[in-house]
Design a protein around this ligand. Structure first.
Ligand code: 9MR
Length: 355
């Protein structure tokens, strides 16, 4: 889709202002303003084999986030050693190209090696967790400036399943898993931004209310114990068929701000399995839900960073997990399969400018 077409498409999306104020590059005041830093999660496979992918990372990103290379499953598949080779490839590239780096993640119920999932005592769990965090955070001290310390610790539905996600860390350590992880990360790199990262925080309904409330409780609990926590990461895997809770988000963001907590968007993409097959309609749907979400997330002022979970429709987990019934390829990300910007790209740019 060419720029002119995209521009007219965008003009039709609610809340975007007049067509005359578009594109951002012609807005007079933007040069002086600081745009929200933009991050891209990097997958090692395409990073190694696709030069266009690397070129897009260089061209568009301020921040790079190894998508999987820092997970336990990659670093710790062998109990006897740490394998930093994949993470280092991405991190060296990021440094060479002047990008800052976010780390994902230090604790997750998922994607752990078998020997970790086999841990059955609190003592072993704490020892292994603390060792891991100290070693990994120390290795990248001064290089990785922001960490997703805990990832997806909330139960999918805290109203029915108990508040916390079950897994090796929770079953051995209970809610202490969070305290241990944040304390170890803070001790090891006192300058790093420490983030609690989770999904399904933006929509309307009791399940989402409960998830937002649980995040607040985690933060208050850490703060009560003087354990540093600096940010909440909204993964933002968005479903166009679900409504964004604008007032719920505004209230949540205000409470987070009162607690001194920064707001990050960490894994933005759009689950387009139920949108029209028609590409123009589909891309409008994707851009619209992105705009609705960003309207909510920017409603209380600037945010700290915004990252998408990949950059091109060519490579996305959504194509594996949320295949369309009509068999058409998914289009969840800012650039299409040929690395051309889609309306979603322009929406992100527009909100970044408003920081
Ligand atoms: O996109 C990631 C995919 O390539 C991995 O196979 C998967 C398991 O490690 O994780 C995906 O990323 C997830 C992220 O780490 C946490 N939030 C949900 C993301 C999508 O599943």
């Amino acid at each position: 889709m060419g720029r002119l077409t995209r521009r007219s498409v965008l003009g039709g999306i609610a809340g975007l202002g007049s067509a005359a104020a578009w594109p951002n590059s012609v807005l007079p005041a933007t040069a002086a303003r600081k745009k929200t830093p933009y991050g891209i999660a990097v997958e090692l496979g395409p990073f190694r084999k696709d030069p266009l992918y690397r070129a897009a990372l260089i061209k568009y990103a301020d921040i790079l986030v190894p998508m999987n290379a820092l997970k336990w499953g990659q670093l710790r598949y062998d109990k006897a050693r740490f394998d930093f080779s994949g993470a280092d490839e991405i991190i060296e590239f990021a440094k060479r190209h002047g990008k800052t780096i976010r780390g994902h993640n230090l604790l997750w119920y998922n994607y752990n090696p078998k020997w970790v999932d086999a841990i059955t005592t609190a003592r072993d769990a704490e020892k292994v967790l603390v060792e891991h965090i100290e070693r990994v955070v120390d290795r990248y001290r001064g290089t990785i400036s922001s960490w997703d310390v805990v990832n997806e610790v909330l139960a999918h539905n805290p109203l029915e399943q108990g508040r916390w996600r079950k897994g090796v860390w929770f079953s051995n350590l209970g809610a202490r898993q969070m305290e241990i992880a944040f304390a170890a990360a803070a001790r090891t790199d006192p300058a790093a931004q420490l983030v609690i990262n989770d999904y399904d925080l933006e929509n309307i309904g009791p399940r989402f209310d409960a998830r937002r409330e649980a995040i607040l409780q985690i933060i208050r609990n850490l703060q009560d114990q003087n354990i540093p926590v600096h940010g909440v990461g909204f993964q933002a895997h968005l479903y166009p068929e679900r409504e964004i809770d604008q007032p719920g988000m505004a209230a949540f963001l205000q409470k987070l701000q009162q607690l001194g907590i920064k707001i990050l968007v960490t894994e933005l993409d759009v689950i387009d399995w139920k949108l029209s097959r028609n590409l123009i309609k589909r891309d409008i749907g994707t851009a619209s839900i992105t705009a609705e979400f960003l309207r909510a997330i920017y409603s209380q002022g600037p945010i700290d960073s915004i990252s998408t979970w990949g950059i091109t429709d060519r490579y996305s987990w959504i194509s594996d997990v949320f295949k369309r019934k009509d068999g058409a390829p998914n289009r969840p990300l800012p650039l299409d399969r040929n690395y051309q910007p889609k309306p979603m790209f322009d929406i992100i740019e527009k909100y970044r400018e408003s920081n």
